[in-house]
Design a protein around this ligand. Sequence first.
Ligand SMILES: [Zn+2]
Length: 297
Amino acid sequence: MSRRSTLTLAIVLAAAALHPVAVAAAAPTAAGPAFCAPQRTPASFRSCIAAAAAAYTALWAPELAARGRSATPPTISIFTRVPLNPCFDATAGDFAVASFWCDKSVTVYVSAPASPYWTREYAREARRQGVLASDARRLHRSQARLLRGLPNQGAATELAHELGHWVQYASGIDAYYYAKGQGPSRMADRYRSAFELSADCMAGWVQGRAAATGRWRDSPFISWAGLATMAELGGDLDRMKPGFRFPKETQIVAHGGAATRLTMYRNGLALGRRGADGINGCAGAAARFTGTLAPPA
Ligand SMILES: [Zn+2]
């Protein structure tokens, strides 16, 4: 997609540092719900990611413990240039400019240069299609404010998806998806989509749970940033309607488009807000959506 390639190039050109920065897991503060600062600076971005990682992994811990699994949190590593890692060739092409999960190093690599993109690019596209005014009215914010986005919260949402992959790994259900997703068949494609879509649902689950339990600030603007990020991660934003509505896809390809990813994310939000099982709930939702069988509970 040309828009994505342009972004990729811009990010590669903007990348400066050579080595990823490890983020220490910060303990949640006793001063009320955590949140990501609305203004993105290098420091506020790092503390946002640390706070989100601490909140999200803490919420997943009992879900994993209930399955008899250890919940040792993954390493969170922020990068400005795709780092050397055991999962992907960091020098090959341009694909890993977004954040990514690597099971071999049990690490979520968080892209600093991609982080401003999600919410801002969504807002630009929404303005282009005449939808931003309705978002602004609903949030009691100006369109100019929405165009500046909530980059840190967008990055936290992308992190929540990648931590979904960590949960799949830590719970052991990733092996099921890998086995079912082997080979070039329509059904294998569906299992690969189910793997990704359950991670989208888990992103929603953990953010819904964090809001409902008072671990994370709960506001319409923060919710907007989550939805905007999921829409933008889905790619093709043509024909959007107010309220984050997109035409339903006739066929889900890979991660799915905006409509699919938002559906799964919203599924997860609802499950998390009411305290439902995040692992089986999301695996089941992804299975129903893709017409596959859920991994064994
Ligand atoms: Zn993914």
